[in-house]
Design a protein. Structure first.
Length: 498
């Protein structure tokens, strides 16, 4: 492990030392910027540019970070960046006075300034502020990345998101879209009578999904606890209790691999509706995506990871058997024997996991997982999953080997998962026991047996539709991002030096 070195002991670059010397000089003069507690501003760059006619000739007060400065002698031009964009400052010795002008020239790129001046246009037509006075609100002791190249190293960008947002202002748009999507999602569900709730992050059992959990220890109770891998089981307890429409937007934690579509902590929405089924959940999923695209982005046509995506309502719905028949050429409807199903899968090069039972359902799912997902570019619902991979889902009345479950895919990515929820406590116990057997055989990503959840089901849960959707992948689609790290402000990273 790398030795920790306190920041005060790290060598200081020449540029950084010059900035520290400037700060020391200001403090000696009684002008310590860090003693300033507040600056009242009455305008921002976006508002001024959007309504120039309304602001022209008026005195405004703006605040932000100085991102560039140019000129010499008696006139300087600077770019001031605030939370809404950038605006040019026109700084002239005749306007400010010699003493304040000379003091202003000592400010560095990256310093945070409060400015007062008159809104006007330069001879080149650029909206600017003819600056009358400037106050240094915070001294930047580290230089920003070189202005012509910016911060392009992705590892540094994600580790130092604060610098990324400063020098790559377009990055902020991803997180504005993320915020708008979550707000839209909440409004959509609230309008349908759903109630937003909160459930525990720490649990004594990791349930609701097939995933490896993070384990921590509660000192007072002296027990190990799991960070949640899903919110499903607590939310369904609320359905039992009579809260007929509930949802939660929250962080989920899974101790698994990392790649462009996976981060160990991520955000989902899970929702449950009594007296509904998986068809209702399909309508909600499609509705959330299509209304956001049209109402917020203004188009159904998107581009994501090299593919043109059309979100126009009316997404196709295919059973898993139909999809495997179309893309793999195996008709599982014509196969009833487990051995024949496994042989058919192996004949086309599909492999079954060592821990999986060699059954019709596992063979069907393996064919889909390994040979079909790669073809699902446009939004598509895949329905009727095998019971072996759906331990919390109600069986199909037409075929007990299948369940009333769907996942929907866009550009080869699974975007959401939904069920007609299993509400038979006896059936649920049997499925949990099968999951426990798989766990004993070495599959540590199977469901744990949750006795309290079974107890809740025994009181009676109405027919229920439930769904989980990943927020991060949805935002990747709507922003065109090619990695989940571009849509999570602070993605999980290995510490520097390790």
């Amino acid at each position: 492990m790398a030795k920790f070195v306190p920041q005060a002991e790290l060598p200081v670059s020449e540029q950084a030392q010059i900035r520290r010397d400037k700060l020391a000089a200001l403090q000696a003069e009684g002008r310590d910027p860090f003693e300033i507690t507040k600056f009242d501003f009455n305008a921002d760059s976006a508002a001024i540019k959007a309504d120039y006619e309304g602001y022209e000739g008026k005195i405004v007060r703006v605040a932000g970070r100085m991102m560039s400065k140019r000129g010499q002698g008696k006139v300087m031009f600077c770019d001031l960046q605030d939370s809404t964009g950038r605006i040019q400052l026109f700084v002239k010795i005749d306007e400010m006075g010699e003493e304040e002008y000379n003091r202003f020239k000592k400010n560095d790129i990256g310093d945070i300034l409060g400015c007062e001046g008159e809104v006007f246009k330069t001879k080149t037509g650029e909206i600017s502020i003819r600056t009358k006075s400037v106050i240094l609100l915070s001294k930047s002791l580290l230089p920003l990345p070189e202005k012509f190249h910016g911060l392009t190293d992705k590892e540094i960008r994600f580790r130092q998101r604060y610098v990324d947002l400063m020098v790559n202002p377009e990055v902020k748009q991803n997180f504005i879209i993320r915020s708008k999507f979550i707000k839209h999602l909440r409004n959509y569900l609230d309008s349908m009578g759903y109630i937003e709730v909160e459930t525990p992050v720490l649990n004594t059992i990791a349930g609701g999904a097939a995933a490896r959990p993070f384990i921590t220890h509660h000192n007072t109770l002296d027990i190990d606890m799991y960070m949640r891998i899903a919110t499903e089981l607590p939310l369904k307890r609320l359905i039992v209790g009579g809260m007929d429409r509930v949802y939660e937007v929250g962080r989920i934690f899974r101790n698994e691999g990392m790649d462009p579509k996976h981060n160990p902590e991520f955000t989902t929405v899970e929702l449950y509706q009594a007296y509904a089924d998986f068809h209702d959940m399909m309508d909600i999923a499609e509705g959330v995506y299509t209304t956001f695209a049209q109402e917020v982005l203004g188009t159904y046509e998107l581009e994501w990871m090299g593919e043109k995506i059309d979100l126009t309502p009316g997404w196709p719905r295919m059973t898993m058997v139909e999809a495997v028949k179309k893309y793999v050429g195996i008709d599982f409807d014509a196969i009833s024997d487990d051995a024949e199903a496994v042989a058919a899968a192996k004949a086309v090069g599909v492999e079954l996991a060592d821990a999986a039972e060699k059954t019709w359902g596992n063979a069907l799912y393996a064919c889909f997982d390994q040979r079909v997902e790669e073809h699902l570019i446009q939004p598509t619902f895949i329905t009727m999953y095998p019971v072996e991979v759906s331990p919390l889902t109600k069986k199909s009345p037409a075929d007990p080997r299948l369940t009333e479950r769907f996942e929907f895919f866009i550009n080869r990515s699974e975007m959401g998962n939904a069920y007609s929820e299993l509400n038979d406590p006896i059936d649920q116990r049997e499925r949990f026991m099968k999951q426990a057997e798989q766990r004993e055989r070495g599959d540590d990503e199977t469901e744990m047996l949750d006795e309290d959840f079974l107890n809740a089901l025994e009181y009676g849960m109405p027919p229920t539709g439930g769904m989980g959707m990943g927020i991060d992948r949805a935002v990747m689609l709507f922003t065109g991002a090619d990695t989940i790290r571009e849509v999570i402000l602070f993605p999980t990273m290995k510490p520097m030096g390790e």
